[in-house]
Design a protein around this ligand. Sequence first.
Ligand SMILES: [Zn+2]
Length: 293
Amino acid sequence: MPEVKRLNSQIAMIDIDLFGLKEYGSVYVVQGKKAALIDAGTSHAATTIVDALAEIGINDLEYIFVTHIHLDHVGGAGLLAHRYPNVKIIVHHRGARHLINPTELVESVKAATGSTFEYYGEAVPILSEQIIACSGDEEFYLGDDIIIQTVATPGHASHHLAFFEPKSASVFVGDAAGLSSRNRLLPATPPPRFDLSKALDSLKKLKELNPKQLLYAHFGPATDGVEVLDRYAALLPIWIQRVNRISDKIGVEATVKKILSELTTDDILFSEEMTLHELSMSVRGVLSGRERS
Ligand SMILES: [Zn+2]
């Protein structure tokens, strides 16, 4: 049975067992008169999501909002678009073409992840008629006073969107506010295009919404949204300085090794393997950004 947790009368969370782990990947269901999904997980998550939706009495979806087109957020969208032929996929306009033809996207993940690609799985193409390309500041009405607003939040990726639900003052942050577990945060600064100043501007924009809670893709809700956004905005420049300082003396691979060797047990979120995976990506993202500038 998929794990579904109701967060309030409109929002429920599904644990998608990302990479076979509990409490690592979450997608959310928002219900007005119509229902929407926030993020779609990998293609391996599609069956879990369909079963979880059926469990809470949802047999059709109006929208799937994707925060960004990394495969752990959008890999399952193609299968879900086939399963719910009326659903519309909401995505940043820069990401839209990669959902219509995911070949390039899948190839880039294969190249970046090597043997761990099987965790992500393939992505199925989505019909262009099912896609609504956005740039931020759009509103989608689900009925019963439930609105979802798109918020352009570049930084983690240039095409990142967050989604705001005003009634409960919740922000679905995707990866724009890092990774969160047990009230601890890790940086999410991956290649190929992490951009610090855009990421900080995005956090400021989210803070102006005065969110009560942040709903993370990795993982679950974080209460006291403004405080968590402040904490992440403070953490990012320190993280980047640290990576740059170490890499001044040694190469990329040695920097990854050194950062990982300095982890304490407090730094381990999700699992040791996933913390190493996420942080090694985040080191590479900082250093690839420096090569560009
Ligand atoms: Zn992610």
